[in-house]
Design a binder for this molecule. Structure first.
Ligand SMILES: Nc1ncnc2c1ncn2[C@@H]1O[C@H](COP(=O)(O)OP(=O)(O)OP(=O)(O)O)[C@@H](O)[C@H]1O
Ligand SMILES: [Mg+2]
Length: 382
C-alpha cells in the first residue's frame, strides 16, 4: 500500500525545524512522499538553506519519526532548498506583514523614528533580562549563557542577544561558528543547547574594533529586535556591555519591560562599580531585580573554601540596592574551560555544584515573576 502525505505528516507531527523551532508540518515544509520501488519511501523536506548547516540532525529526526511510525521498511529523506518565492511565503507565515514595521517609536538619540518590535507589544509574554555589571571581566557573559541554558532546561523558550559591542563573546561560548540563516529578509538566530542567539559578533569581523556609539548602536539594537525571528520567547537575555552607557539607554526605549540583573565579584571595588551601573538603570526606570555574585569562592583540593576575592560584596550590594542576592557562583576552572571550548558547564556537567548554582539562579528568576513597571504616564483618568 502506498504511503500518503497525510500519514507522513501525522508521523512527523512532533518534528521541529531546528532553528525556527516549530513543527515542519505547520511550516508547510513536507512534500509529497514518493513510494519508490521495493517498498522504499522517500520524503521530501523543504529546507531554508542548501546546504543546510544542521542537515544531519534534521535528517535523523525525520528518519527516527518515520521509523517509529513503521511507515516503510526503507526510508529516505530528500532535502530540497526552498525557492525564493517559497522563502517569501515562509517569511510571511513567520511574521505576518501586519506585525512588522508598520509602527514607529521615537528615537531618544537622533530625531529619526525607530521601528517597534514584538517585545514592546502590551501582550508580549517575553521577560527581557539585561545582565549588566559596572566593569568587565566579572562574568556577565558566562552567567548569561549558563542562566539561559538553565532556563531552557526547565522547558522555556530562551534567546540571548549579545549586545556587548566591545567584547562580544556569546557565540564562542555557545560554540556557534557560523552566521544566522535568512528566511527572505528575516534573520534566524542559530540555536545551541536549546538557546537562540544573535550577536554583534555576527556582523563584524574579529579584527574590526567596534566603535559603535549612540545612534549606530541604537540602530543595531533595533535591527536585532525587529529583523530577527525570535519566535515565542519566554525569556530574552541581553549580555550588556560593561558600564552604564548607550545600550541601557536604547533598552529603555526598545525594551521598556526590561529587568536588570547585576553581576559582581565579592570585593568592595567591584561592588562599588556595579552599584554605579545599577543606579544608571534605575535612572532609566529599568527595574533592578537582583544581584548575582560570581567567583564567590574556590574549593581547594583540601576541600576548604577559599574566598579569593574577599567576601560578602554581593550581599552588601544587594542590601544597598534593596534587591535580593539571587545566587553565588563559585570559581571553578571548568567555567572558563567550557566558555573557551563552546560547551558551557551547564550543558557538559549539569549535575556539578556550579551548575546547581546556575539552576538556583534560574529558579529564583522564574519564581520572582515579571517586574511590575510603574510608569507615571500611565495614570488612571479620574
Ligand atoms: N565563576 C567562574 N569561575 C571560573 N572562571 C570564570 C567564572 N566566571 C567567569 N569566568 C571566566 O572569567 C573570564 C571572564 O568572564 P566573562 O567573559 O563571563 O565576563 P564578562 O563580564 O562578560 O567579561 P567582559 O567584560 O570581557 O565581557 C572568562 O574567561 C570566564 O570563562
Ligand atoms: Mg562578556
Amino acid at each position: 500500500m502506498a504511503v500518503t502525505k497525510d500519514e507522513v505528516s501525522e508521523a512527523l507531527r512532533g518534528v521541529l525545524e531546528p532553528e525556527i523551532r516549530k513543527p515542519l508540518v505547520e511550516l508547510g515544509l513536507i512534500g509529497e512522499p514518493i513510494n519508490a520501488w521495493g517498498g522504499k519511501l522517500v520524503v521530501p523536506i523543504g529546507v531554508i538553506a542548501d546546504p543546510l548547516p544542521y542537515e544531519d540532525a534534521l535528517k535523523s529526526a525525520v528518519l527516527a519519526a518515520l521509523a517509529k511510525a513503521n511507515l516503510a521498511s526503507k526510508n529516505d529523506v530528500e532535502l530540497r532548498g526552498l525557492s525564493d518565492k517559497e522563502l517569501v511565503k515562509l517569511r510571511n507565515l513567520l511574521r505576518p506583514a501586519s506585525d512588522s514595521d508598520s509602527q514607529t517609536v521615537a528615537n531618544p538619540i537622533g530625531h529619526e523614528q525607530g521601528r517597534s518590535n514584538q517585545f514592546m507589544q502590551p501582550g508580549s509574554k517575553t521577560r527581557v533580562l539585561g545582565v549588566s555589571s559596572g566593569k568587565g571581566g566579572v562574568g556577565k557573559s558566562s552567567t548569561t549563557v549558563n542562566l539561559a541554558i538553565a532556563l531552557a532546561k526547565k522547558g522555556y523558550e530562551v534567546g540571548i542577544l549579545d549586545a556587548d559591542v566591545y567584547g562580544f563573546s556569546v557565540p564562542k561560548m555557545l560554540g556557534i561558528t557560523r552566521n544566522p540563516l535568512l528566511v527572505d529578509d528575516l534573520m534566524l538566530p542559530p540555536v545551541a543547547y536549546g538557546v537562540r542567539c544573535i550577536s554583534v559578533g555576527f556582523f563584524v569581523s574579529d579584527e574590526t574594533p567596534v566603535i559603535w556609539r549612540g545612534p549606530m548602536l541604537h540602530k543595531a539594537l533595533e535591527q536585532f529586535l525587529v529583523d530577527v525571528y525570535w519566535g515565542d520567547l519566554d525569556f530574552l537575555l541581553l549580555d550588556m556591555p560593561p558600564g552604564t552607557g548607550d545600550v541601557a539607554l536604547s533598552m529603555g526605549q526598545y525594551l521598556p519591560k526590561s529587568e536588570i540583573l547585576v553581576v559582581t565579584t565579592p570585593q568592595p571595588a567591584a561592588q562599588r562599580v556595579a552599584q554605579r551601573s545599577a543606579y544608571a538603570a534605575r535612572q532609566l526606570k529599568l527595574p533592578l531585580r537582583g544581584v548575582i555574585e560570581n567567583m564567590s569562592w574556590f574549593v581547594g583540593d583540601d576541600g576548604k573554601k577559599y574566598m579569593l576575592f574577599g567576601e560578602g560584596g554581593g550581599k552588601v550590594l544587594a542590601d544597598d540596592l534593596g534587591v535580593p542576592l539571587l545566587a553565588q557562583i563559585p570559581l571553578v576552572p571548568e567555567i572558563r574551560a567550557g566558555g573557551d571550548d563552546g560547551v558551557p558547564i551547564m550543558a557538559s556537567e549539569p549535575e556539578s555544584e556550579v551548575s546547581k548554582a546556575y539552576d538556583t539562579l534560574a529558579t529564583a528568576v522564574e519564581s520572582m515573576g515579571p517586574a511590575r513597571v510603574y510608569r507615571s504616564e500611565l495614570k488612571v483618568k479620574s
